[in-house]
Design a protein around this ligand. Structure first.
Ligand code: GLU
Length: 303
């Protein structure tokens, strides 16, 4: 089997140019905040675009008519797509990518409605037009491309295993014989662990945080999904959880859009291609603290 170490080191020089604000709206490299606003040093990462026109994009037409954006996200994946249960605040790399896309289309934070959608329901939400686009650890696959289109990829990771910190038995997917493995319905890692490996049993839930509860309770032996997701859980509970072994797939994260909206796909791809500084700043803010390393992948126009 091909084992791919996808994540590589990255310099942090670009980030030194940028200071993040709480709301992330503004221009990279702009002057610090104007006097009189409390004096915080705030240099944000992007501006909300004005006078946007995206001729031939049904998604953009719907957004414009509505006067807002409806974005599909996750809410239980720290560092990627997370919702604070107390404050309702949404944070993470994926959530900020969603905000950045919205800003590029002329919509600010007040005009974004977030809808939490689990892995199994993503394609249907896009097919139904319930959301305008989806940003949430969403791997680009041929099967999904039969129903929807993807912009990107905007991030690469690989399938891994999460186990209890004191587990010495499981060091890779070949060690799963007789073990109970938890993953999420409709996810690529669940499919792969069943198709290509030989776990004792698999159990599936709607979300990875439900799997984490099962692992902490000792009712499953391992969780399998993308390392970027697993690293977020380890960062929350470093004494209780650890990643076992090396990644054993390549997951290319894309932004899901309605099938046939090539104008929207091209718009987002151009944003990603031209926005290396923003990408790096978001990566450093949200993923690097969990020990994740990586560089921005090149957009693939055939995604
Ligand atoms: N990236 C994988 C997928 O899209 C796993 C993560 C997820 O379920 O969102 O299926």
């Amino acid at each position: 089997m091909r084992k791919t170490r996808i994540m590589t080191g990255i310099g942090i020089s670009a980030i030194a140019l940028l200071a993040l604000t709480a709301c992330n709206s503004g221009t990279p490299g702009a002057d610090p905040s104007e006097p009189g606003d409390g004096g915080e040093e705030t240099t944000a990462l992007w501006e909300v675009a004005t006078d946007v026109s995206l001729e031939g994009s049904p998604t953009f037409d719907a957004m414009s008519e509505r006067g807002g954006v409806v974005v599909g996200v996750k809410n239980d994946q720290p560092g990627l797509g997370y919702e604070d249960a107390t404050t309702g605040e949404r944070t993470g790399f994926d959530v900020d990518i969603a905000r950045w896309v919205a800003a590029s289309l002329g919509f600010d934070e007040d005009q974004i409605e977030y809808v939490t959608i689990p892995s199994a329901n993503r394609e249907q939400a896009l097919v139904n037009g319930d959301i305008d686009y989806y940003v949430g650890t969403y791997s680009i696959t041929d099967t999904r491309k039969e129903l929807i289109d993807f912009a990107g990829p905007y991030f690469l990771t690989g399938q891994g295993l999460l186990v209890a910190a004191d587990n010495e038995d499981i060091n890779g997917p070949d060690d799963l014989e007789g073990k109970i493995v938890c993953s999420v319905t409709g996810s690529t890692p669940l499919q792969r662990i069943r198709d290509e490996f030989n776990p004792g049993d698999t159990v599936e839930y709607d979300t990875y945080s439900q799997c984490v509860e099962q692992l902490l309770a000792g009712s499953v032996d391992a969780i399998t999904t993308d390392e970027a997701i697993l690293a977020g859980y380890v960062a929350q509970r470093p004494d209780e959880l650890k990643i076992a072994g090396e990644p054993f797939s390549e997951e290319r994260y894309g932004i899901g859009v309605a099938k046939g909206d090539t104008v929207m796909v091209e718009h987002i791809n151009t944003l990603l291609t031209d926005g290396g500084d923003v990408w790096t700043a978001l990566f450093e803010e949200h993923l690097a603290p969990a020990g994740i390393t990586g560089t921005q992948p090149e957009v693939d126009a055939t995604s």
